[in-house]
Write a protein that binds this ligand. Structure first.
Ligand code: AMP
Ligand code: GLY
Length: 422
């Protein structure tokens, strides 16, 4: 009998994770809670249990002989789902609550970086509006204001002017627009440079880096418009050298993992470093305690060895066999409902992708209506393709998208532009 796996989450990231597990000959069945209606085409079984209903998920795992559970999103991790599964005698992949705090509290992450000399922007933390305002008045602009807690992508504001900074502080500290998440803020120095992400599997003190990837956070081409959950990504990133990866490992990922362990918060799972290449070296923009979305949809394409076996080994504290493809690139473009990241159009009909002969479609905000897939969220799906060059991968994705009816939705036409020099 092969492995039965439960993936927790419902987006494109979880679609890609579940599909990659199903490619393993060792895997029998992959459940996804709560999954989405688009995952069915790949043989993933959606389970109608919310990601915050930990006890119902535990019951499901027991009743369905689940060998282990993979947790995709940050919210259940930060709320201690791995601790609860472990206490129930079940294996779950991801950091425990104490370690997931590296994503759950920006102040905690900054203090960790300070303690272990991990390069990052200078900062101050505030809960009092007047004190925060007085500090901003002494600082240059742009200046970055971050809600301490999770805010579903709305917690970071790069303020271009003092007025914008003060308005943001008022919103978070006085008007409480982000609730408890924004009751404390980190005010941070603005860093300038190109960003990329380096994710790593972590087992005890061992850190196994993945290939670098680059997300495109702004909604419009050329990095204009508001921040989103991510409009596209590619991997690897040609402008990121092996030396840079080595530097991130040595100065960021390893000290963070060792620091967490030294504080009794040993991390296991996937640690995500969002970094920026400044004139004075590589610095951390953020840590996440999980895979990124949409980075996962491209990074996992680059994995050559068996993903399910890797997670199985990491969970059982064995040395994993992690090998990455040496040639080629993967690129993914997010298709979003018109209006996203603001108020967006609902129930848009989706194209039929059953005919595409290369690439993948990973579904996110979708549901079934009268037997057909329609949109049910801001980011609806991502189209991925691989190629020998980044340009080739990009061409393949856009030729798929140009040949289907994407009315009611939009996508950026320049995903990958920083990596393509011609
Ligand atoms: P985060 O949610 O922490 O990933 O932040 C969202 C985006 O805000 C990042 O991808 C950066 O583009 C930008 N950002 C965050 N912190 C800084 C900083 N200190 N300097 C410049 N840009 C930043
Ligand atoms: N793509 C950014 C993130 O997953 O946080």
């Amino acid at each position: 009998m092969g492995l039965n796996i439960l993936v927790i989450g419902s987006g494109g990231r979880e679609h890609a994770i579940a599909q990659k597990f199903l490619q393993s000959s060792k895997v029998e069945k992959v459940f996804c809670a709560k999954g989405n209606a688009g995952m069915k085409k790949d043989g993933i079984v959606s389970v109608d249990i919310a990601e915050d209903d930990h006890q119902a998920l535990i019951r499901f795992a027991k009743e369905n002989n689940v060998d282990w559970t993979f947790v995709g999103p940050e919210v259940p991790l930060i709320n201690g789902i791995v601790d609860e599964f472990t206490n129930a005698g079940l294996l779950a992949f991801g950091p425990k609550k104490a370690a997931a705090l590296i994503e759950g509290s920006k102040e905690f992450a900054k203090e960790l970086m300070n303690t272990y000399n991990i390069p990052t922007a200078s900062y101050q933390t505030f809960t009092d509006f007047e004190q925060a305002k007085a500090y901003v008045l002494t600082q240059p602009t742009p200046i970055v204001i971050k809600a301490d807690g999770l805010a579903a992508g709305k917690g970071v504001v790069v303020a271009e002017t003092v007025e914008e900074a003060i308005d943001t502080l008022k919103d978070m500290l006085e008007e409480c627009v982000l609730g408890q998440s924004g009751a404390k803020v980190v005010i941070e120095e603005f860093l300038c440079g190109e960003e990329f992400s380096l994710l790593a599997f972590v087992r005890g003190q061992e850190v196994y880096p993945m290939v670098p990837s680059q997300d495109h956070k702004r909604v419009f081409e050329q990095e204009l418009g508001p921040n989103t959950g991510g409009m596209g990504a590619y991997a690897p990133v040609p402008q990121v050298s092996d030396e840079m990866i080595e530097e991130v490992l040595k100065t960021i990922l390893k000290p963070a993992v060792q620091g967490l362990a030294a504080q009794g918060r040993a991390f296991s799972g996937v640690l995500y470093a969002g970094v920026i290449l400044t004139d004075t070296g590589i610095k951390v923009i953020e840590f996440n305690a999980r895979f990124g979305d949409p980075e996962t949809q491209v990074v996992l394409q680059r994995l050559e060895s068996d993903f399910a076996q890797i997670i199985d080994d990491l969970l059982k504290d064995k040395q994993p066999d992690i090998r990455w493809k040496q040639d080629g690139f993967s690129l993914g473009v997010v298709v979003a409902a018109n209006g996203y990241p603001g108020k967006y159009t609902k129930e848009v009909s989706l194209p039929d992708f059953s005919e595409i002969n290369k690439g993948h479609v990973y579904y996110a905000g979708v549901k079934e209506k009268s037997g057909k897939l329609v949109s049910d969220g801001g980011r609806v799906y991502l189209v991925e393709a691989s190629g020998k060059t980044l340009k080739e991968a990009q061409k393949s994705v856009y030729s798929i998208l140009e040949n289907c009816d994407t009315s009611g939705t939009f996508y950026r036409k320049d995903i990958g532009f920083k990596g393509i020099k011609e």
